[in-house]
Design a protein around this ligand. Structure first.
Ligand code: ADP
Length: 358
C-alpha cells in the first residue's frame, strides 16, 4: 500500500494517539493483528453475513467474486476485509490506492499483470484521476482496457483482454464516487463504527496475540475510549501495555488502564487534548457559541482545517458540538462533559433549550 499519500489533515490525524489513520507503528504491527477469515472478523454482522453469501455463491459457481465496494471511516477494517475476501476465495491480492494511480497507464500496468481471480484492493478509490477512473469502468464491466499508443491525431487504441478479477474498492465516503463507478460494484457494504462490546472483543483478541495479560475491566476501559474504531483500540492497548510493563507487573486491569490513559491524555469518552481544547475554548471563551470556525481555530492555536477535519467530526458524532449556520455551538452534553455549568442564556445551557429540542 502506498502509505505516503495521506492528505495534510490525514497526516495531522495520524500523529494523534486517537487518530484513525494508520501511523508507521500501526503499519508495522497491524499485519499480525488482522483477522484472517470472516469467522475471526468481529462485529459488522450484516456486512459479514452478506459477504459470506456473495463469496459462497461465487465459490459454488466456480466463478470470480463480484466487485465489492466498502465504505466507512478509516480504521474500521476495510483493508482487513479485502484480505479476507482474497483468502476466502483462495486468490492472491494486490494492494494499491487511488492517489498512487494518477495516470491511466499506471492502472493499465496493474490490471494487465493481474492473475485470473486475483483481488485488486483499491484504497481511497475516490482519489483516483479521472482518466484512470474511466479506464476502470470498462475493466470492471468487460474485463478489457483500451491502451492508447502514441499521441495526438496518430494515437490508436489497442484493446487488451484482462483475466477476470475482483475489484475491492474502499472509500471513506461512498457519496463522493461518481454514480457510474458506484453502479459497477455488485456488492456495496457500509461499515459502521463499532459498539464498545465489540471493541472489548477486539482488545481481548489483540492482547492474546500480543501475549498481554488483561482483565475484562481493563479491556472495557480501553474499548470505551477507542472512538468506535478497532485501529484506535489496538493502539491504546499497546500504550497501556507499555505502562503496565514499566509501572506494574504487566497485567492490565481497570486501574492500570485508567492511569495509563490519563498519562496519554485520552479521557473516558476518547477525547484527546485537541478535542478538549476546542471544547474548552468554545465553552470558556465564547460562552458555548455560536462562534465562527476561524475564530475558534485561532483561539486554540490550530489551523482551521485541523479543527474542522480532525477534531470536529468526532465531537459532532458524540453530540458535544453542533455546526449551525451561525457558527459552532456547544450542546448541553459538552458543558456536562467538562464539568462546567452553563451560564443562563448560554448556547447549550438552560436558556437555549429550543436549539436542540431538549
Ligand atoms: P481500514 O482499511 O478501514 O483503515 P484496517 O483493515 O487496516 O482498516 O483495520 C485496522 C486494524 O484494526 C487492523 O489491523 C485490524 O487488526 C483491526 N481490525 C479492524 N476491523 C477489525 C475487526 N472487525 N475485528 C478485529 N480486528 C479488526
Amino acid at each position: 500500500m502506498n502509505w505516503d499519500d495521506t492528505t495534510d489533515t490525514g497526516a495531522a490525524d495520524a500523529e494523534r494517539l486517537v487518530g484513525a489513520v494508520a501511523d508507521r507503528e500501526d503499519q508495522a504491527v497491524e499485519a499480525a493483528l488482522r483477522p484472517k477469515d470472516l469467522g475471526e472478523f468481529i462485529g459488522q454482522e450484516k456486512v459479514r453475513e452478506q459477504l459470506d453469501l456473495v463469496l459462497r455463491a461465487a465459490r459454488a459457481r466456480g466463478a470470480t467474486a463480484d466487485h465489492v465496494l466498502l465504505s466507512g471511516a478509516p480504521g474500521l477494517g476495510k483493508t482487513t476485509l479485502s484480505m479476507i475476501i482474497a483468502a476466502e476465495m483462495g486468490a492472491p491480492i494486490r494492494i494499491t490506492s487511488g492517489p498512487a494511480i494518477q495516470h491511466a497507464g499506471d492502472l493499465a500496468a496493474i490490471l494487465s499483470s493481474l492473475q485470473e481471480g486475483e483481488v485488486l484492493f483499491l484504497d481511497e478509490i475516490h482519489r483516483m484521476s479521472r482518466p484512470a477512473e474511466e479506464m476502470l469502468y470498462m475493466a470492471m464491466e468487460d474485463f478489457r482496457v483500451d491502451v492508447i499508443v502514441g499521441k495526438g491525431p496518430g494515437a490508436t487504441a489497442i484493446p487488451l483482454e484482462l483475466p477476470p478479477f475482483t475489484l475491492v474498492g474502499a472509500t471513506t465516503r461512498a457519496g463522493l464516487l461518481p454514480p457510474p463507478l458506484r453502479d459497477r460494484f455488485g456488492f456495496t457494504a457500509h461499515m459502521e463504527f463499532y459498539e464498545p462490546r465489540e471493541l472489548e472483543r477486539v482488545v481481548h483478541r489483540s492482547a492474546n496475540l500480543l501475549d498481554v495479560e488483561i482483565e475484562p475491566a481493563g479491556a472495557a476501559e480501553i474499548a470505551g475510549r477507542s472512538r468506535g474504531t478497532p485501529r484506535i483500540a489496538n493502539r491504546l492497548l499497546r500504550r497501556v501495555r507499555d505502562y503496565a510493563q514499566v509501572k506494574a507487573d504487566g497485567l492490565i486491569n481497570r486501574e492500570i488502564a485508567h492511569a495509563a490513559l490519563a498519562v496519554y491524555e485520552v479521557d473516558e469518552r476518547g477525547l484527546d487534548r485537541l478535542d478538549r481544547a476546542v471544547l474548552e475554548a468554545l465553552l470558556k471563551l465564547f460562552g458555548g457559541g455560536p462562534v465562527g470556525l476561524s475564530t475558534l481555530a485561532v483561539a486554540v492555536g490550530e489551523e482551521r482545517e485541523t479543527v474542522e477535519e480532525v477534531a470536529e467530526p468526532f465531537l459532532v458524532r458524540e453530540g458535544l458540538l453542533a455546526r449551525t449556520p451561525r457558527g459552532r455551538v456547544a450542546t448541553p452534553a459538552a458543558w456536562a462533559h467538562l464539568g462546567l455549568t452553563a451560564p443562563r442564556g448560554a448556547a447549550g445551557g438552560t436558556g437555549q433549550q429550543d436549539l436542540f429540542g431538549t
